[in-house]
Each structure stands twice: as C-alpha cells, then as structure tokens.
Design a protein around this ligand. Structure first.
Ligand SMILES: [Zn+2]
Length: 382
C-alpha cells in the first residue's frame, strides 16, 4: 500500500498520463455521485438496485453506463423508452472529472496523495451542493462521514494542513472540526432561526396533522413556536387531500402562517381551524426543524482544511442559509399557535370534493385525537 503513493512509482509514467487518469477516474466518480445525489436524500440504497431509467425502470447495462460518453451518444435520452435524461447527469460527471483533473494539475507535482485528498473533498462538495440545492438538506453520510474522512486524511497526509507530522496535522484537523462545528453552529443556528427554510420530502401520501399546538409529522412533532417567528413565516404544501372538521378539499395548495390559512383560493383564520389533516408528499417549512446539516458540513470542511478554511467558507458564504434565501424582513411578534377550539375536534367524512363550506355539526367519525396516534418516535432530530 505504501508503494501506491511512492513518488517514484508516479514519476515512472508521464505527468499527463496521470492528468488523463484523474479526469477519467473523476468522470467515473461523478457517475457514482449522480447515484448518491438521487438516492441519498430519498433514503435508498446506493448499491441496489442497479442504475435504471427512472421512467421505464429499464436496467442500464454496463456498456450504456459509461460516464460522459453514454449521455452524449444517446443524446440525453433513455435507450429503452426515449425519455429525456437530465443534463445534470452529464454535468455532474463532467464537473467531477474537471475537478479531479484540476486537483492533479494544482498539486500533483507537489504531492500525489494531497491531490487525491482534494479530489475526495471536492467530490463531497459536489454531492452536498446538488442535494442541498434540491432538498435543502445535506445527508449525514456526507457530513459526518466527511468529518471522519477528513480526520483520517489528516492523519495519512500531513501536507493537507501544511503540517510537518501526523500529530500536528491531526491537531489542525481537530481545531477545524471544532471551529466548523462549534463556532459556526452558533452563527448558523441564529441565521436559520431568522431566515432558514426547509423542504421536506415525505413518503407518497403521507398524512400530516396540524393540531392546536403542533405540526405532527410521521416521525416527529414540531411545535408551532419552532416554526412561526415572523408574519412571513409560512408552511407551504401541495395537498392531495385536506380534511378539516367540517369539510374537505382535494388537490389544493395549502399555506399556513401565524395569521392566515390559505387552502386553494379560500382564506381562513387559523384560529377557527383547530384541527387539519393533510395528505401530501412534500412540504416547505419556514425553518430547519430536522437537523444541523450545515453545521456538520462545516465541521467536515474544518476536518479537511483546518479552522481557517472553515471560517473562510463561512465568510465567503457559499452556502449559508441566510444568504441563500436572502429574506431580510424584520422579525415579527413572538411564537404563535392555533388557539383552542370552541367546538369538538372532529372530522367530517370526506364525501364532497371541494364542496362549499358546510356548517359545523356533529360528525360521524370519532374524534381523532391529534398527537395520540401519530406521536413521533423521538424528539427533534438535532
Ligand atoms: Zn427509460
């Protein structure tokens, strides 16, 4: 193994042989990153099933799974059903190939292992960026995995921190993790609280319940106090079905803020709606309620590059929540909640399809006590 990074071995073939090798290997890694970008946020296995067309489930044979070339050869269409394949697949492969080549050209002459470590780091950036862009999250596999990997790389390649030995390098890495995870945690947390937004992907036809005091998701309960700080804080979702106590709607957009509930074109006062069940597969929350992806991501960067880089990354603001969403409205009143109902918390059977509001009356369905049946398995996943 030690022979792998022996400079003499690398020098035995021309420099630009390795340039080509880094580019090619980068495109292969990019192909794998595409799989990560699609599957990780959806909680799917990275290994099985094999790559397949998302439209027709056609399993892609190896000879049609060649990075860069396949997409060009098929002109961005599935070989089986002809459905368009996103240019993102080609873009990620090309970007990764170029990134790997860039790492080699930048530091390859100085240190091949360092070039490899930078490749790893950039691959992580690419996955994190694409997933974050689409889903507003960065999976733990990348962030926590990155922290561990960064620390191990610091041990193996002290040059990463410009350190003379492994001990010093690991110290730098450790400070990087603390700076990324600790200091930036505080800043990000405040930023998220004020400006953040989070898109939640739920399983198809998930039932989400809005009770008097909290939003009840399949695996947790989020109190309204954690969601509504300002008048502009809105929960938005596309509902297949909305059930209120006395009526229901199908195929409507729902927006809930502290002062307003909009269902389709109807505007309601949240105070008059003590209970609402919604069937949906995706929603956008006013702020992050699920995790600390940004913080863990910063810690991973710190693990690789030390505390200076972690802080620089923050100041440069590439992907810090507040700057990303740039909503500068001032903060409104305190926390809010849907106040206690005056009538019984019951739901009418959903017979009518978006019928006119019926008067609230005793319904046939027994009271579905919110929070009782659907209580989350654990607390907030912080
Ligand atoms: Zn297809």
């Amino acid at each position: 193994m030690s022979r792998v990074f022996d400079p003499q071995v690398w020098a035995a073939v021309p420099f630009h042989f390795w340039s080509l090798a880094f580019f090619t290997f980068g495109s292969i890694v990019g192909s794998f990153l595409n799989v990560c970008i699609y599957r990780m946020p959806r909680g799917q296995s990275l290994v099985t099933p094999r790559s397949h067309c998302p439209h027709c489930r056609y399993s892609i044979p190896w000879h049609l799974n060649i990075p860069l070339l396949t997409w060009l050869f098929l002109r961005g269409r599935c070989a089986n059903c002809g459905a368009p394949i996103s240019i993102r697949y080609f873009g990620v492969e090309l970007l990764t190939a170029a990134a790997f080549l860039g790492c080699w050209l930048a530091v390859g002459r100085e240190s091949a292992p360092l070039a490899v470590v930078y490749c790893l780091l950039l691959a992580g950036f690419i996955v994190a960026t694409f997933i974050d862009f689409e889903h507003f999250i960065i999976p733990d596999e990348i962030t926590l995995g990155g922290i561990v990997l960064g620390f191990l790389c610091s041990l193996a390649v002290p040059a990463l921190h410009g350190a003379p030995n492994a001990a010093e390098s690991m110290k730098q890495s450790f400070f990087g993790i603390v700076a990324g995870g600790g200091v930036i945690y505080a800043i990000l947390r405040i930023g998220k609280l004020v400006f953040g937004k989070q898109k939640l992907d739920l399983a198809a036809d998930t039932t989400v319940v809005f009770t008097e005091t909290a939003l009840v998701l399949p695996d947790k309960e989020v109190p309204y106090e954690d969601l509504f700080y300002r008048d502009s804080d809105v929960i938005t979702l596309e509902a297949k079905l909305v059930e209120l106590i006395d009526r229901c709607y199908r195929g409507v957009r729902v927006q809930l803020s502290a002062s307003k509930l909009v269902i389709g074109e109807e505007v309601l006062d949240p105070e008059t709606v003590p209970y609402m069940e919604v069937v949906t597969d995706q929603m956008v929350l006013p702020r992050e309620a699920m995790g600390l992806g940004d913080v863990k991501f910063m810690a991973a960067i710190g693990a690789f590059l030390g505390w200076k880089a972690a802080l620089f990354r923050l100041v440069a603001g590439g992907r810090v929540g507040p700057m990303r969403l740039g909503n500068g409205r001032k903060r409104g009143g305190g926390g809010s909640k849907l106040p206690a109902p005056t009538g019984p918390t019951r739901i009418a059977p959903c017979a009518a399809t978006r019928g006119p509001p019926a008067p609230a009356r005793s319904s046939l369905r027994p009271s579905a006590r919110p929070g009782a049946a659907r209580k989350g398995r654990g607390g907030p996943g912080l």
